[in-house]
Structures are given as C-alpha cells and as structure tokens.
Design a binder for this molecule. Structure first.
Ligand SMILES: Nc1ncnc2c1ncn2[C@@H]1O[C@H](COP(=O)(O)OP(=O)(O)OP(=O)(O)O)[C@@H](O)[C@H]1O
Ligand SMILES: [Mg+2]
Length: 664
C-alpha cells in the first residue's frame, strides 16, 4: 500500500533550545534532586582529576626520599617526609571517598529522576494526545505517533540517565584539567592546545556527520514502524490483492533507508574513536619530547602557579627559580604526561557523548513537537446541567439526576438562562472542507425538530459522514452556523455537546475488554442490568448470549472474532446505553450478512424512538419513514422532502428508489 499521507511538518530543530527546554522540564519535575545531581557531578569530576593534581607532589616526595637516603645536605628529615606522605594520602583518600559517594549518589538519584521524569513525560504526551483534534490523526501516520512514545522516549531516557550527565562530567573534568595543566606549565599546555584544536576539527567533521545520520536513523525507524503498523491493519487487503510481494518491496525500501542511515551513523561514530585515540597517543609522545627538552635545557617555565593554592609545594631537584616563572620540575613533567593522556581521552569521550546527546535531543524535539501541537480549541461556556422543569416550563438547576437536562447559558451581564435540552438541530448555509482549499460541503441547511428523523442519502463521498462530523464538532465549519436548541454550537462546551449526542460511527471501534465493558463504554456508571437492557433494545442480546462466555467474552483486536454486523450491534447498544436526546446513525457501508442486517435494522429502529435522529442509510428501506430525506450530491443538498414528496418530484431520489440509479 503506497503511503498517501502528507508527511508531518518537520520543523527546524534547534539543539540549544531543545536542550534548555528539556533540562528546564526535568528541573521543574525534580528541582532538589536535580540540584543535588549537579553538585555530585562536580564532585565526581574533581575526583576524576585528583590523581593528576596530586601526582607531582607524590613524585616530589619520592625525590625527597631519595635525597634523604643518599644523604644530600639540604634534604628534609625522615619524619617530615612521613608526615607529608600521610597528609597527602589522607587528602587524596578523602577526595576519592567523596567522589565515590557523589558518583553513587547521583547515579541512584538519576535513576529515580529519569524514571519519574519519563513517567511524567508519557503522561503529558498522552494527555496532550487526548486533547488533539481529529485532524491531527488524519495528518500523522499512527505508527509514527506510536514511535514517539517508544523510540523517542527511550532516546530521552538515554539522554538524561547517561549522555548528559556523562557529557557534563567530562566537560567539567576537561575544564578543570586544563586549569591544572596551565597551573603547572603554559609551554606544555600550548602543545596540548595545538593537538586539541586538531582533534576538535576532526571531531566536528566526523562527529557532525555521525550525528546527522543518527537523527536520520531515528526518523527512518519511525517511518518503518508507521509502515509496519499500516500493514498489520491492512493485512486482509494486502492478501486480497495478492500484494504481499509489493508490500515486501515497499518495506525493503524503508528498511534499506534505515539500514543506510544506521550504517553511516555508526560507521562515522566508529571511525571517530580510533582516530582520536591515536591522536591522543601522538600527543603523549609530543608532550614527553617537549618535556625532556624543557627539563634538560633548564628552560624557564611559564605557569599560573604563583596564583594557585599549591605554592607551598617544594619541588626538589629543581633548577633555581628564574625571573620568568618557576622552572619545570621532573615531577611536573611526568605528571603532565598523565594529564595530557587524560585530557585527550576526555576529549575523545566528549565527542562520542556529543553524538548521543544530539541524537537524544532529536528525539526530545519530536516529543516537544507533539506536546506543542495546538489542542482542540474549546471556547464553549454553555454547559449541560440536570434540570427540574415545572408545569409552567420554569427550569431550575439540580445537583441530582432528574432525567431532564437543560443548557445553562451564562450571559455577559451576569444573568444565566436555562434552555431545555430538546434535540433541535439546525444547520444554516454551512460550508466546510477538510483542507481550506478543498470545499467538501456547500451551503448545507438542515432543520431537525425534536423527535424528528432526518435521513441522508447520496453516493459515496457525497459528504454524509462529514455533516455528522460537524454536528458534534470533530471539525469546525468554515462558514455558516449550526444551532442546537437555538444555541450556536460554538458556544457549547464540547464535552457537553458530545454528551448530548449519541453516535453509531460508520466504522465500529471495540476496545480490548469484555462485551460488557465495551457496551458500558457508552455510560461508565451503568449497572450490569442497564447494560443488558441496552443490549436487548439494540437486538444484540441473542448473539451475545450465544458467545462462549456471554457478556464476559473477551474481545481483542477491535472485536475481530465478531462479524461486522455483530460489532455494529454492540456499538448500537453502546449508544442506546448513553441514552442521548440526539442520535446519529452512520450505517456501515460494507454489506453485512443478511441475517444480522435485519437485526441491525431493528436495533437501529428501537434506538430512534423518541429521539432526534440523523440517519445515514445505504438501504432506502430504512429511510422511507423519515420526516425529511436529504439527497446529497458532491456536498450539496439537491433534493429534500419526505418520501412521498421526493417520489412526486421524479428527481434523483425517485430514480434511486425505482432502481434507475444505483446508490453506490
Ligand atoms: N478525514 C478526511 N480528510 C480529508 N478529506 C476527507 C476526510 N474524510 C472525508 N473526506 C472527503 O470528504 C468527502 C466526503 O466524505 P464523507 O465521508 O462525508 O462521505 P460519505 O457521504 O459519508 O460517503 P460514504 O457513503 O462512503 O460513507 C470525500 O470527498 C472525502 O474524500
Ligand atoms: Mg460515510
């Protein structure tokens, strides 16, 4: 099946903004834990470089020990060395212990923060989805929306629990390390900077390519899932038309795309590691060489040491200080090798982590795109309330169930009027199109008085279902007016409007659950007895009792174990249970088996009694007794009147009736 949907608009994805928004979102969910995590990450980063910081001092201590042993005149005493060693060990040990505690703590906290945040995110997404207009689901393949819940949420999990904290920690480590390196020697730092600039360029080139393909990969996954979902739903159609091969070929194309994107993303990413690692090795050698040259030649060493806190460190075996700064000691030169390696490694990690951060952000962006969708607007302020109506017709609001309903209409001047809910629906010159440029209904006017039955007939695609979509405001009209009991339906709160209109949709939708639960969907507080009565009225009772577990039979896969007609009987029972003054019946187009067809007809008949009914019928026998029949053609009403009027007119209806025309 070719994809006919218009692709959802992919807005421009701004990484910085997405990151800011995501962190803000996490922070808002867990402000205290978030702050503790940040502090712990800082401590852990300090811990990561503590060996580098302390190393020169340990090496110098070693020299002092050697001097002491060989009896150099200026050497310090054994006790002084021992004290220093103990002091240093305690300091280093404390830093390590703090760092271990901080790391454990923040990883634990991250676990709760991530899971808690994902819970909230999924909730927010679902809440948002429930608020979206039907048109959103027309535009977006359902599998792709599904993929947002699975893949993109998982990308965020990775982002919050791993990529971002690791990235931040490494960034802090790199920065601190850089400071320490400058503290010890500006010359050597200069050599490192040159190498790093080089690494940075390589990273940008390769890493950028990799991130680009990782983002593409996520999109391709979503497309694949969208296709799989469509194919599962359309499996029967695929088989009917023998399109298994074609659908395989279509999938192969999408799969190829996914394969290609994944391959490139990973190939780039895998290239990055070894390249940077080797640059790191070269850097190690360069630092060693420069170190030897500097130490051997007694080159004065520029450094920030004068400003640091380690100025009490005595560097033995040093050449005398020069005016230019402090000379490079062997201790520093050796420690520097370690630092340079750690620096290069950290840089390597940063570039890897940057990839997964970008990939995660792309997922976050898609989730934000869903969260940013404009919800279905509802400016309605007229509500439906329980009412007590006296003999004179005065209406008072009631908190209890009275069986009567009224529209509560607050006015600007502060007064409130009540209008009895009768089910009087009128459309005045309504125009509508699913897309602004393609008008589907032209100038449709319909007047339905309470208790009347209005029927729509017309060829497929004439706009019958569309009219019913407008009455309950699945879509908003482009022009004209719809009034319900004299009130413009735009003023009525959507939930209340829909509560007052029962619909048997053209396509039945059953949820996973028992038959009983599925019927009870019409009114959640209905008792078992009420459900059974509704089933009886809808003529569904007999077939239900013949099911293996009767009303407790589990339905799955949209009730695929039932016949089309049986499914429709269940949705009629559902509408019956909701017991609304207005009922819309959109008869299923697909022919149902003749035995159930008669049952469905009877079920619908009992549903219509005493209600305002809009019925879309594909069999003219069901519409003959209507108060008015509207004949639709290409979105316009071309004939109207009751059965006898229309027969007299000798128009399209007459031709349909006498069989000169086929309805479908
Ligand atoms: N969700 C939608 N998005 C865009 N166009 C739509 C949508 N639903 C229907 N249409 C278009 O609106 C027109 C009227 O469709 P509608 O479903 O109202 O026909 P119908 O009279 O109910 O037909 P049928 O008898 O087959 O049920 C058709 O041209 C159809 O292509
Ligand atoms: Mg229809």
């Amino acid at each position: 099946m070719p994809r006919m949907n218009v692709k959802p608009s992919k807005r421009n994805f701004n990484k910085k903004q997405t990151l800011k928004r995501l962190l803000g979102y996490v922070f808002k969910t867990y402000p205290i834990r978030f702050t503790i995590i940040c502090i712990c990450i800082l401590i852990a980063a300090v811990g990561a470089i503590s060996a580098s910081i302390f190393m020169p001092q340990f090496i110098n201590l070693m020299y002092e020990g050697i001097e002491h042993n060989i009896g150099v005149a200026s050497s310090v005493g054994f006790d002084a060395i021992k004290d220093k060693l103990i002091g240093l060990s305690i300091a280093l040990g404390s830093v390590y212990i703090a760092s271990i505690i901080a790391t454990t703590l923040y990883n634990q906290l991250l676990c709760t923060v991530t899971q808690g945040f994902l819970y909230r995110l999924r909730m927010d997404m679902f809440k948002k989805m429930e608020k979206l207009p039907i048109s959103y689901f027309d535009r977006n393949p359902h599998g792709e929306i599904m993929s947002t819940y699975t893949n993109d949420v998982d990308a965020i999990r990775q982002l919050i629990s791993q990529s971002i904290p690791q990235f931040v920690q490494t960034m802090i480590t790199v920065t601190l390390l850089f400071g320490v390196m400058m503290y010890y020697s500006l010359w050597l730092t200069l050599a490192v900077i040159v190498a790093i600039v080089f690494i940075f360029q390589v990273t940008k080139k390769i890493g950028g390519g990799s991130a680009k393909y990782f983002i593409k990969q996520q999109k391709s996954i979503a497309e694949c899932e969208g296709f799989i979902e469509e194919m599962m739903n359309g499996q029967k159609v695929v088989k009917v038309f023998n399109h298994e091969e074609k659908s395989k070929a279509d999938f192969a194309k999408l799969n190829d795309q996914l394969n290609n994107d994944s391959y490139k993303a990973n190939a780039y990413a895998n290239m990055l590691g070894p390249i940077i690692h080797n640059i790191g090795n070269v850097l190690y050698v360069i630092v060693a060489i420069i170190g030897v040259v500097l130490v051997v030649n007694n080159v004065p060493n520029f450094s920030l040491r004068g400003f640091g806190t380690f100025s009490d460190v005595k560097f033995r075996l040093l050449p005398a200080s020069s005016e230019m700064g402090v000379a490079l000691s062997i201790g520093i030169a050796v420690a520097y090798l370690g630092m340079a390696r750690q620096f290069a490694n950290s840089f390597n990690q940063v570039s890897m982590q940057l990839n997964s951060v970008v990939m995660g952000l792309a997922g976050a962006d898609r989730i934000f795109e869903l969260l940013d969708q404009k919800p279905e607007e509802d400016n309605g302020y007229v509500t439906l309330v329980n009412a007590i109506i006296d003999e004179k017709g005065n209406i008072t609001e009631s908190d209890e169930k009275t069986g009567k309903w009224a529209w509560k209409h607050p006015h600007e001047n502060g007064t409130i009027t009540y209008t009895e809910l009768k089910g009087d629906i009128r459309l005045f010159d309504v125009d509508f199109g699913y897309f602004p440029e393609k008008i589907v209904l032209h100038n449709v006017s319909i007047y339905a008085k309470p208790g009347q039955k209005i029927a729509f007939v017309g060829a497929t695609g004439a706009g019958k279902t569309t009219i019913t979509n407008l009455i309950n405001r699945f879509y908003d009209i482009a022009d004209g007016k719809i009034r319900y009991d004299g009130i413009n339906i735009n003023k009525i709160k959507k939930a209340d409007l829909r509560r007052s209109i029962g619909i048997v949709l053209q396509e039945t939708n059953l949820f996973t659950g028992t038959v009983m639960e599925n019927i009870r969907y019409g009114r959640l507080d209905a008792s078992d007895e009420e459900v059974i009565n509704a089933a009886k009225t809808a003529n569904a009772y007999d077939f239900i009792t013949r099911l293996p577990d009767g009303f407790n039979t589990m339905l799955t896969g949209n009730g695929s174990q039932l016949s089309q007609g049986q499914r429709q009987l269940l949705s009629i029972a559902r509408a019956e249970l909701a017991d609304t003054p207005v009922m819309i019946l959109d008869e299923a187009t697909s022919s149902i088996d003749t035995r159930t067809e008669a049952l469905v007809g009877k079920g619908m008949d009992s549903l219509m009694r005493g209600r305002t009914v809009f019925v879309i019928a594909h069999r003219l026998s069901t519409v003959q007794d209507s108060n008015a029949i509207m004949v639709l053609d290409h979105g316009s009403i071309i004939e109207r009147g009751d059965h006898d009027d229309l027969i007299k007119q000798h128009g399209v209806y007459y031709q349909l009736y006498t069989g000169a025309f086929e309805l479908e």
